[in-house]
Design a protein around this ligand. Sequence first.
Ligand code: FAD
Length: 385
Amino acid sequence: MQTAEVVIIGGGIVGSSIAYHLTAAGCKDILVIERETAQGKGSTGKSMGGVRAQFSTPVNIQMSLYSIPFYASFDEQLGYPADYRPQGYLFCATNEKQLAYLRTNYNKQVEMGLKNVRLVSADEIRSLFPQLRADDIIGGSFCSTDGFVDPYSAMIGFMSWATDHGATLWKHTQVTTIRCDKRGLSEVETTRGPVSTRKVVNAAGPWAAEVASMAGVDLPVEPLRRMLVPTEPFDQFPHTAPMIIDMSNGFHFRPESLGFLLAWNDPEETPGFKSDFEASFIEKILTRAADRVPIFENLAVNPKRAWAGLYEMTPDHHPILGEVASVPGFFLANGFSGHGVMHAPATGKILSDLILTGKTNLVDASLLNVARFAEGRMIEETAVL
Ligand SMILES: Cc1cc2nc3c(=O)[nH]c(=O)nc-3n(C[C@H](O)[C@H](O)[C@H](O)COP(=O)(O)OP(=O)(O)OC[C@H]3O[C@@H](n4cnc5c(N)ncnc54)[C@H](O)[C@@H]3O)c2cc1C
């Protein structure tokens, strides 16, 4: 029978980063199992690729403080491109409550060691981007090391490095059953046959709850559709711009290729495995785009190029990481609530530490375990886009 020291279920960016970090730490006997014929068909291939450290909770800030420098040196360290572009994130506040919120977050971020974040005045925002309608903007915050990566390239880079150094990737193979004996986890059943192992990582993205249930674990991770609209080439707004967030309604956009990528979290969206792009979303988002950037009235959009993907949401918008106490050997790396690309490097490091040594210095891992829901220890993140 096939054996592996660690089996990782899911070959998206999270499973790939865990495979990289385990391999880099010296663990050679790793098997990644991916259901699709190619990597990237889950959330990773649908992502907007934003990376930021401007969060409100210490644990999310800590994860970014590891992940963003990691992306900055990715190409050099791994020999594969991640296409990190430090163009920043600019949050624009339109009322005092939002501004106070940004100030509180800024103080926390600086206290935790984030160097390039600063509060910006309304006048500075106006002079940087005169194209914005700024009559209601009263200030904001900007971090120059925030920016974008290419999620697909980063995922392939992580996995290629891992397989170059001894890890194995099975594509077109689905995990169907997880078996336990009295010592804990013992075997996974796949469409390619059984694999004997004592350690399994659930990195199944939006399908994580289904995989967890195979091990008898109730995982509060729900899929939630998100739609993105790329525009046709547009040169009346600078392509050096950061991700710009209109805090009045959550509309945000960033340069992408010769055009822009538009995003907005539709509050009417409901959980479920919905992956179709809905044409009516285009008008909703273009209305918000032209409201904040009047020249965006001239944007051209080809609906056929727009797409939808799934966020993997948890009740407190924080990931669920670490071993399940009731199933020794079963590890979770799930529920990134829209931040799985930016936090993939930290997740890989945390999981590798926990699997190989049982502890990690990167974060207080006990904050993120699945037991927090049953024990009422949720850690609400409000800076969710
Ligand atoms: C529109 C959109 C925009 C986003 N924007 C951002 C952003 O700007 N920044 C950011 O950080 N994050 C963003 N995200 C979130 C981010 O994309 C995800 O958090 C991240 O990709 C999750 O990676 P993953 O590897 O956990 O999941 P996935 O990429 O979904 O990978 C999971 C894999 O598991 C496989 N799998 C599932 N079940 C099985 C099984 N039984 N057997 C074998 N394989 C299985 C699937 O086929 C899949 O390939 C966005 C997401 C969407 C949808």
